[in-house]
Write a protein that binds this ligand. Structure first.
Ligand SMILES: Cc1cc2nc3c(=O)[nH]c(=O)nc-3n(C[C@H](O)[C@H](O)[C@H](O)COP(=O)(O)OP(=O)(O)OC[C@H]3O[C@@H](n4cnc5c(N)ncnc54)[C@H](O)[C@@H]3O)c2cc1C
Length: 458
């Protein structure tokens, strides 16, 4: 074995891996960052996920506002409104390149980067493609996940996009089939539909399966106004004739259907980037699907190797992996913090938007919790009327007897912003509803929706 370069901390993965690297460099540690893609620092969030997709969705929102102008007394010549798809995509790609470059200049200055794929060759030793070996007192595995492409006859021979390739498009497709009704499929599908692409979505179950039932019902009702939905249906074959794709669909009741589209987006879930890591050589364990097993302190089965972010397959969100990264780093330095997903929120930037934290009503029932459920509609609110009485509601689940907030779900405008005060309340020591109930809220705001639903839970 050649020389092994030694560091205090080695981080594998330059997405949320950078959180551990940031805290380590701040503490004066020598840090090695190993990342396969030097031009895509910041990982999925910056390059293929959160930020670029929310940029696309912002364009769709602006278009929707223009289309709705007449409702607010603004007379526009709608026939003059033109979508410049190429310009939208160019803006996203330029911003993405700027962000990744700015992360890279920080990385190059603050730590020792190794831009190569790596795998473990022995306990705590990583080998890069050029044979360089690195090791550290503490190691962090944050290699993330990638799109899982299902084994459907004909799919791999057909041209299809995933979130990794769709951002390279320069021409808007006339029609698009979306496979998978999770949040990635719904957000991207809705972007294309708003811009005028004819979108058909096929989902094995229901869209946004993990959301609370009535949130999902409202979302689906609104979503189906713009997107043709095949629910409880499987794509059984993909074919191609010229530039046209054809999808054979089988519904749960056994009936068959077919659809055609110019383009296909596969958004059927994620799989972990662990298959090339040779984790077995370190004692780090994975489950049967390849997700890294960690304990509540984010330690792997090896005492000096931590893992966090998408690769552990828990709550796969950027804010969650940043939280986990700080916690894992602190634990590697002697703290004994346990990860908690109790008040870990998420949002879906669809139309209507969804913000959610805590348990769903379904989960409360499964846990036999005694709870009160309160709901308030946007249209009942002064600000709701001002913005045009959009469909949507806030829903609160409170434990009976203790006033503890169990869950909060909101579907409608600005849901992703509005959920935050409930996150703060759930993170407070008592975690009780009176924290919000007793706080004065500004009138007229959408935040009053949150306050009013808490007030009704008295
Ligand atoms: C389309 C889409 C939209 C999303 N939108 C949101 C959102 O709005 N809000 C939100 O909170 N979350 C969102 N997410 C999820 C969020 O992007 C991820 O949870 C988060 O980025 C995961 O960070 P990570 O560090 O675990 O993985 P990544 O950011 O994927 O980082 C892993 C890094 O490891 C590198 N790597 C992998 N294997 C190796 C190897 N062998 N050697 C060297 N390097 C390697 C990869 O190149 C990569 O840079 C979205 C995801 C997608 C796909």
């Amino acid at each position: 074995m050649g020389e092994v370069r030694r560091f205090d901390v080695v981080v594998l993965g330059g997405g949320s891996g950078l959180t551990a690297a940031y805290h380590a460099t701040n503490a004066g540690k020598s840090v090695a960052l190993v990342e396969a893609q030097p031009n895509a620092l910041g990982g999925t969030c910056v390059n293929r996920g959160c930020i670029p997709t929310k940029g696309l969705i912002r364009s769709a929102e602006v278009l929707r506002t223009i289309r709705d102008a007449a409702k607010f007394g603004i007379d526009l010549d709608q026939s003059s409104v033109r979508v410049d798809f190429g310009a939208i995509m160019n803006t996203i790609r330029r911003r993405r390149a700027d962000s990744a470059a700015s992360v890279k200049s920080w990385v190059d200055e603050a730590m020792t980067p190794f831009y190569a794929r790596a795998r473990f060759v022995s306990e705590k030793v990583l080998e890069l493609e050029d044979g360089t070996r690195v090791t550290g007192d503490k190691l962090f595995v944050a290699t993330g996940a990638r799109p899982a492409v299902p084994d459907i006859p004909g799919l791999r021979q057909a041209p299809y996009w995933t979130n990794e390739t769709v951002l390279e498009l320069s021409e808007q497709p006339e029609s698009l089939a979306v496979l998978g009704g999770g949040y990635i499929g719904c957000e991207l599908g809705q972007f294309f539909a708003t811009l005028g692409t004819r979108v058909t979505m096929v989902d094995r179950h229901q869209c946004l399966l993990r959301e609370d039932d009535d949130v999902r019902a409202l979302f689906t009702r609104e979503f189906a106004k713009h997107v043709e939905l095949f629910r409880d249906a499987d794509v059984t074959e993909v074919g191609q004739t010229g530039s046209e794709l054809s999808l054979a669909v089988k519904r749960a009741d056994g009936s068959a259907d077919a659809l055609t589209a110019d383009a296909l987006l596969v958004a059927t879930g994620r799989e972990p980037n662990t298959d090339e890591l040779d984790l077995g050589r370190t004692g780090v364990e994975t489950d049967e699907h390849g997700w890294v097993r960690v304990d509540a302190r984010l330690r792997t089965a090896h005492p000096d190797i931590y893992a966090y972010g998408d690769v552990i397959g828990q709550a796969m969100f950027k804010h969650t992996s940043s939280y986990e990264g700080e916690l894992a780093y602190n634990n590697s330095q002697g703290a004994a913090l346990e990860v908690s997903y109790w008040a870990n929120p998420h949002a879906i930037f669809s139309n209507p938007q969804i913000g959610s934290v805590g348990l769903t009503e379904r989960e409360c029932r499964q846990r036999n919790l005694a709870y009160t459920c309160c709901k308030k509609q946007y249209e009942e609110l002064a600000k709701g009327k001002i913005i045009g009485s959009p469909p949507g509601f806030a829903k609160l689940l409170v434990e009976r007897g203790t006033d503890r907030i169990l869950g909060f779900h909101i579907v409608g405008p600005d849901a992703a912003e509005l959920v935050h005060e409930v996150v703060v309340a759930m993170s407070a020591a008592s975690g009780t509803a009176d924290l919000i109930r007793n706080a004065v809220h500004i009138h007229p705001t959408l935040s009053e929706l949150v306050h009013q639903v808490f007030a009704t839970a008295e």
